[in-house]
Design a protein around this ligand. Sequence first.
Ligand code: HPA
Length: 280
Amino acid sequence: MDFYTRKDFASAADFIREHTAYRPTVGMILGSGLSELASEVSNPDVIPYTEIPHFPLSTVEGHTGELVIGRWEDHDVLIMRGRAHFYEGNSISHVTLPIRVMQLLDIGTLFVTNAAGGLNPDFHAGDIMLLVDHLNLLGMAGQNPLRGPNDVTLGPRFPDMSQAYDLELQQLAREVAEEIGLTLRQGVYVMLAGPSFETPADIRFLRLMGADAVGMSTVHEVTVARHGGMRVLGLSLISNVAIAEPQQGVQTTHEEVLEAGKMTVPRFVALIRGILRRLS
Ligand code: HPA
C-alpha cells in the first residue's frame, strides 16, 4: 500500500490500548545495538510488532521488533525495540506508521535514537551525538513521508521544520550530560536510504553538505512526528567513523555497529534517565 490512513493508525492504536493499562506520554525508538535500553522499564507490557495491525516489521539483526510499555522515571513510556527501515522495502508511509500510532495514543514527546557513522572528524566510535538538525536528503529527492493526501486532522499540509529538534529538550540533554560527565557531541544528521554503506566520495560529499553523522533512519520519523505536533529529541550513537579515503583492510560492518551499541548502552541509559527525570 502506498499511503496509510487514520483508520489504519487508529486500529493499531486501539489494539495497543486494549493490551496495556499504561497511558504513555513519552515514546522512544531504539536504533541498532540500543535495544537493551528497554530493560530499564519496570513491569512492562510487551507487544510483538507481528501482533499489531499494520505495524511494519524489521528483518534486521539488532532490531528486536516489540513494543515495551511501562514505567521509567515516573513516566509511562512506550518503547519501540527496533524499527523497520525504508531499505527493507517498506514504503516511507509504512515505516512511519508507528509515529502516527504514537500520535493517536496522545504521546506528545518522542525520543529517537539511531546508530550513525561519524562524518565530523572530531567524532569517535562510541560517542553520543545530540541532533540539533537534520538534512532531509530523501525528501529532497521526492521521498518525503508526507507526500500524498494530507489528513488535516493529523497535521497541516505544509508543516514548519525550522525546529525539528525541540530546543528545550536539547537543553535538558546538555544539562544532564554535564551533570553526569558525559561528552555530548552535537550535530546535523543526514539520512541515506541504504542499505549499502557510503563510498568515500559519498562521505566527502555529505561533509560538504554540512552533515556530522550519517545513518539510514530517523529523518522521515521526525518529519511525521513534527507534522503531528510532537516534540522530538534525537540522539545518535556514533558507531563507527565514516571512511573518507579508501584504505586497504579498512571497512564498515553491521557487526561493528552493534558492538559499539553494546559499549555505549550504560551511558545512553544514564543520559535518558536524567532527561526523563527533568521532564515535567
Ligand atoms: N553509514 C550509514 N549508516 C550507518 C553507519 C554508517 O557509517 N553506521 C551506522 N549506521
